[in-house]
Design a protein around this ligand. Structure first.
Ligand SMILES: [Mn+2]
Length: 337
């Protein structure tokens, strides 16, 4: 048979339903394509995303200011509304392992980015703290999209309503240096600054593998728990999650450099010997299921150093995983006629 003897002709081609294809994707460029919220005082959603395009705290390689929009552009696993289906919001996404839709019926909104002004760290931090406070005041679950790790301090400062608040900190680094040549608010000190807040109780750092003796000794002296990346791998994700003390309220700060740079190269300070996605997912899921998680930040995604958007992809996927563990799916609506 000659190669041009066969053509897929009309007899083989089903026709798509007429009039159903849309010429334009008019959804806003938001996290998970959730609705955009222009007025926090009218916010009405289970989950609210807040972008913090700030890297003025970075000691080494900058670029985390591009993190929030990279996270918004990344998700392929989950879209809040189905562009090819009915366009219905909060349908959730099908998970073959769960045999069900995750995040079905969980409402979300993207509140945009905090206005970050050049060379004005205190004002930028006050804006974030105020926005987080207002979002939480609306009863929504804040997800702060960083930004370098310095932003965790103002984010946590805005959550005094959740006293006593425990922090579980996923990171390659301890971020516990008191100051860098007098600078107190860099991304090398946010956990130390959080420890000084009245409403913060227990702090557990997980995945640590690059730390100096001084800050490590100070974290120990302050009663913090430190779990190294090697201990994590030896004991396993679930055992680690079970070992973390759980109080009434939990905040998770997830520095993407806790992951191995093979899976998450797009960050300013990569460290070899980190967690892989599946390990992180299992630990986070087990932890969130046994705690009252009140807010989350994901920081240090730095797109200029990324490869194939890997880092933004894995970070966005972990946000969906954490939210799915935090917010069980609601019953499916009855099938239509
Ligand atoms: Mn960090």
């Amino acid at each position: 048979m000659a190669t041009d003897d066969f053509n897929i002709g009309p007899q083989y081609l089903p026709s798509a339903p007429a009039g159903e294809a849309q010429p334009l994707d008019t959804r806003p460029r938001t996290m998970f394509r959730a609705p955009f919220c222009a007025d926090i005082d009218a916010l009405d959603a289970d989950v609210a995303f807040i972008g913090m395009p700030f890297d003025q705290g970075t000691l080494g390689r900058p670029g985390a200011r591009y993190g929030p929009d990279a996270l918004r552009d990344a998700p392929r696993a989950y879209s809040y509304s189905d562009p090819y289906g009915a366009g219905q919001a909060a349908d959730g996404f099908f998970d073959a392992d769960a045999g069900d839709e995750l995040l079905r019926g969980v409402t979300m909104a993207d509140c945009g980015n905090v206005f970050v002004t050049a060379a004005d760290v205190i004002h930028n931090f006050n804006r974030l703290a105020g926005v987080v406070q207002r979002v939480a005041g609306r009863g929504a679950f804040p997800v702060i999209l960083g930004g370098d790790h310095a932003i965790t301090f103002p984010a946590v400062a805005g959550l005094a309503r959740y006293a006593p608040l425990d922090i579980v900190h996923f990171d390659a680094h301890l971020d516990y240096t008191h100051h860098y040549n007098g600078a107190m608010l860099t991304h090398g000190s946010p956990i130390r600054r959080c420890q000084e807040l009245e409403h913060v109780a227990n702090i557990t750092s997980v995945g640590i593998r690059s730390v100096r003796r001084g800050p490590y000794a100070e974290a120990m002296a302050h009663g913090n728990a430190v779990i190294t990346a090697r201990q994590f791998r030896e004991r396993g994700p679930e055992a680690i999650a079970e070992s973390i003390p759980i109080g009434p309220n939990l905040y998770i700060t997830f520095d993407v450099d806790v992951l191995d740079p093979v899976q998450a190269p797009g960050t300013g300070t990569p460290e070899i010997g980190g967690l892989f996605y599946e390990e992180a997912r299992r630990c986070l899921t087990a932890l969130v299921r046994r705690a009252n998680l009140v807010a989350l930040d994901v920081v240090e995604v730095a797109p200029p150093y990324d490869v194939s958007d890997l880092t933004a992809q894995v970070a966005a996927r972990l946000i969906a995983d954490i939210l799915a563990a935090r917010f069980p799916s609601r019953p499916a609506p009855p099938a239509g006629p």
